[in-house]
Design a protein. Structure first.
Length: 216
């Protein structure tokens, strides 16, 4: 896996979860959920595949990905603040979806993904959106406002993008002969594990609070 391809995978995971959490404001049955997840999965596949044919100046983008990460972080954070304050999920959904698709195009155009990796990435999007939406059924019954719970995850995503912005140039300039691509991204994967752990703890906490509330 090339470095940009690794970043793209992490972006897909985070954005797919973000979008699915915002989708939690809709009451989707399994058929509608499958169709929505499939739509994002297919669009992701098409964008990654088509991006390979775009003649985007590679040197220019590779030198400025730190700024792209920073812009992504700002947009996610602004969407989070708006969502939590107004409890209006539609505008953040449009913004996050637009940033998601633009990020796919930019990163995929600079990556060397083959067709099998493209299919795998698209399947990741489908699975994550489907699974995360199932978790929202628990989160909607929490005592805390749903937009606040989702906003916490979106804030973590924004922080991760900010970390990418600060560390991209250093990561890119590492001596690749001394590390495998996986080892180069190991700190990033560890941070992803932390985020996943926080989500698990959050879900468990919601269930415990609901049980206590029911018993009282």
């Amino acid at each position: 896996m090339d470095l940009i391809g690794g970043y793209l995978l992490i972006l897909l995971v985070l954005f797919a979860a973000n979008i699915s959490l915002i989708f939690g404001n809709y009451r989707l049955n399994n058929i509608k959920l499958i169709m929505a997840s499939l739509m994002f999965s297919v669009m992701t596949f098409l964008l990654i595949y088509a991006s390979g044919y775009l003649e985007i100046q590679q040197i220019f983008l590779l030198d400025n990905f730190s700024y792209i990460f920073l812009v992504i972080a700002i947009l996610i954070f602004a969407s989070t603040v708006y969502y939590v304050k107004t409890d209006n999920f539609k505008l953040p959904l449009y913004v996050v979806s637009a940033v998601y698709f633009m990020s796919v195009v930019l990163f995929a155009s600079q990556s060397t993904l083959d067709i099998s990796s493209t299919v795998s990435y698209s399947l990741f999007v489908f699975l994550i959106m489907f699974i995360v939406y199932q978790l929202t059924k628990l989160l909607r019954h929490a005592k805390r406002q749903y937009s606040v719970i989702v906003g916490e995850y979106m804030s973590l995503s924004s922080i991760l993008m900010f970390i990418f912005a600060l560390t991209y140039n250093s990561t890119r300039n590492l001596d690749y002969t001394m590390f495998s691509p996986f080892l180069i991204l190991t700190p990033t994967y560890q941070l992803i594990y932390v985020i996943i752990g926080i989500i698990v703890v959050l879900v468990v906490g919601v269930v415990i609070n609901d049980n206590k509330g029911g018993n009282s």
